[in-house]
Design a protein. Structure first.
Length: 243
């Protein structure tokens, strides 16, 4: 189905759902009830340490607009628990190490099995593209003033997603949380994959997923491999390690 057809179908489904809700009563039920005021919370808890608050979590409903996103380790977090923020910080740091290493490999001009496995037959033009991609991925990863935004509000079973036109917000989903920090299909590698999608970074697509698919693509269509996010992820993860 075309994108437009798909969008029309989604709109139609939403209209039908709204119609059913209207028939059932209030179409926009507001059952949110504030049970605390920010002033009271501040008075009650401002003297508590972060550790004490984390040890005894308090759940309240407050009304208002989100004024400040928490930024830790130079990364912004949206809808992440303290544990998720800490884990995601480790993942970004792993991705930073990966992108640094990948950029260094390509800057050195090495054409080893690591390159040919994931990006196919060598030409200087394609090698230049791979080099540019990892220089851009590395610069984006190294940003340290909250530009990288990890959004924990995804409950889907896949790893993560981004809107390529909205750098540098990365939505992480269920498979991300259960992935290892480093290695094949890891948290660090997932962030390389997602970062490569942003148009201002490398503008990659998802042509194929998985190591086997990515290897086959590199062999049959090296230009496709340079346009496929997973090839960048596996080149960066370099597992099993190749030169
Ligand atoms: Zn992708």
């Amino acid at each position: 189905m075309s994108d437009e057809g798909q969008e029309n179908r989604l709109i139609a489904e939403r209209r039908a759902k709204l119609q059913r809700l209207r028939e059932a009563g209030n179409a926009y039920p507001n059952d949110f009830r504030r049970d605390a005021l920010a002033d009271e919370l501040l008075a009650a808890y401002q003297s508590h340490s972060a550790e004490a608050l984390a040890a005894q979590p308090v759940t309240v409903n407050v009304a208002g607009r989100l004024m400040v996103k928490r930024v830790g380790g130079g990364i912004s977090f949206v809808g992440c628990s303290a544990t998720q923020s800490a884990t995601a910080t480790d993942a970004v740091n792993q991705a930073r190490a990966y992108s640094e290493n990948a950029k260094g490999y390509l800057a050195g001009g090495t054409v080893g099995p690591r390159y040919t496995t994931w990006f196919g037959a060598y030409t200087s033009s394609r090698y230049g593209t791979a080099s540019q991609h990892f220089a851009a991925i590395d610069s984006a990863m190294d940003q340290n003033n909250g530009e990288i935004k990890i959004n924990c509000g995804c409950n889907q079973n896949y790893y993560a997603y981004v809107y390529p036109t909205r750098p540098y917000e990365i939505f992480v989903c269920r498979a991300f949380w259960s992935a290892p920090l480093a290695g094949t299909d890891s948290k660090g590698g997932t962030l390389i994959h997602e970062m490569s999608h942003f148009n201002v970074v490398a503008g990659t697509d998802d042509i194929v997923y998985g190591q086997t698919g990515a290897k086959n693509l590199a062999a049959s269509d090296p230009n496709g491999a340079l346009n496929n996010a997973d090839n960048h992820e596996y080149f960066a993860e370099n597992k099993p390690a190749q030169n």
